[in-house]
Design a protein around this ligand. Structure first.
Ligand SMILES: C[S@@+](CC[C@H](N)C(=O)[O-])C[C@H]1O[C@@H](n2cnc3c(N)ncnc32)[C@H](O)[C@@H]1O
Length: 400
């Protein structure tokens, strides 16, 4: 799994889905170990380098096996004898003595508790330039922890009842936060009482005016925001270019007894044939805001990837803007912590589209609009309550 993620650029979910030859409990453990490694690579490597005379190549098997062993020690509290006994067979017939020696040295010396691991150096540089050292420090604390589970509900009375029943916290209307546990075993999953959605990810759909009738959800799958819009009573057209992700959207709508018109199309080619009262564009992005659940995003988001995304986002936004009625509302969002994919996309759009302006939204108190009128969710926000994914959103209004 780690090889697929770090060498071939896959997501951990995709790599995990391909590892089918393991029992469910082994599979769960393997995914947890891989996740712990991805949360801590710079720290693990610094430890390893402190105990070797010659620096091991980044992609050597010895380094990867040592990372796996140390991540279990630091992140999962695995006893020393168990991690040594599972690490050494991985290097049988290879650098076994080296791995044994380095591991022995580090375990005798004692490893740090790892509650604030370094992020990859290029990410630390980018985020400290964009957001400052305090935000980077918050992100370090957050990457070490498993985030809580956020559920969205079709209406607030359902959410409040569920929060009481399950001892959850409601931090916004229609929202309940639980300590993380298995989703399918939670009460109400089969009955479709809720869907899983990070609280930050639930904010963009809240910016669509309640009286908008015909709403376009562009880049909609797997549909967290489509369900919010459908539950709020809008007539929703949900467009996505991925057939498999639209399949998940269809299942989600069925399970929650909600409805929307689904369209499989590339938004840059699609011809809607009409205009909409409101449009939500939740654009594809580097997803660096989701680093708490998907730490590998920090390795996949190379500068060229971010630049390519920004170019696509600008095209999607310009295209969507043509389908909006006069006085209509266009919400743009990305689960990215890169200004290139958020603030800069909107700045450029406004410079090129004088018939649009920013309309600062009213959201729950913790998500206030910035001086420029958009909303930026950064690591550190609501930290005591369990934090939020990083997000950017802006509400644009077309002139009458
Ligand atoms: C950030 S995800 C959307 C998440 C979704 N809005 C939700 O709340 O569940 C971005 C989506 O954009 C879709 N996408 C990427 N390029 C697209 C394009 N050119 N046209 C339509 N959809 C596209 C991807 O398939 C992906 O499902």
């Amino acid at each position: 799994m780690l090889d697929s993620v770090l060498r071939r650029g896959q997501t951990l979910d995709a790599a995990a889905a391909r590892a089918r030859n393991l029992s469910p409990s082994d599979h769960g453990l393997a995914v947890a170990i891989a996740g712990e490694v991805l949360r801590r690579i710079p720290d693990l490597d610094a430890l390893i380098d402190s105990a070797t005379r010659q620096r091991l190549p980044d992609d050597s098997k010895a380094r990867m096996v040592l990372r796996i062993a140390l991540a279990q020690k630091i992140g999962l509290g695995t006893p020393d004898h168990a991690l040594v006994a599972t690490a050494l067979p991985l290097v049988d017939g290879g650098p076994r003595r080296l791995v044994h020696g380095v591991l022995g040295t580090l375990l005798r010396r004692g490893v740090p508790n790892g509650d604030s691991p370094q992020l990859p150096p290029d990410v630390e540089q980018r985020w400290s330039a964009a957001w400052g050292e305090t935000v980077v420090e918050a992100a370090r604390r957050q990457i070490a922890q498993r985030p809580p589970l956020d559920l969205s509900f079709a209406n607030d009375s359902e959410a409040q009842t569920y929060a009481d029943e399950e001892n959850g916290a409601s931090l916004a209307p229609n929202h309940v936060r639980l300590d993380s546990s298995s989703v399918t075993e939670l009460a109400g999953f089969e009955a479709g009482r809720w869907w899983v959605q990070d609280l930050a990810a639930s904010l963009p759909a809240r910016l669509i005016p309640p009286d908008a009738v015909d709403v376009l959800d562009l880049c909609a799958a797997p549909g967290g925001k489509t369900m919010q819009l459908a539950a709020a009573g809008h007539r929703v057209t949900a467009v996505d270019s991925s057939a498999s992700r639209l399949g998940r959207l269809r299942e989600n709508l069925q399970r929650t007894h909600l409805s929307a018109d689904l369209v499989e199309a590339d938004a840059l080619q699609w011809k809607p044939g009409r205009s909409f009262d409101a449009i939500l564009l939740d654009a594809p992005c580097s997803a660096t805001g989701t680093f708490r659940r998907h730490p590998e995003v920090l390795y996949r988001a190379r500068p060229t990837v971010i630049g390519d995304n920004a170019a696509l986002q600008a095209q999607l936004l310009a295209t969507a803007s043509q389908w909006l009625k006069p006085s209509g509302v266009l919400v743009y969002s990305v689960c990215s912590l890169e200004p290139q994919e958020g603030e800069e996309v909107i700045d450029r759009f406004l410079a090129e589209h004088s018939d649009f302006s920013i309309d600062a939204p009213a959201l729950p108190d913790f998500a206030g609009a910035t001086r420029r009128g958009w909303v930026r969710i950064l690591p550190g926000l609501l930290e005591a309550e369990g934090g939020l994914d990083g997000f950017f959103m802006a509400r644009l209004v077309r002139r009458p």
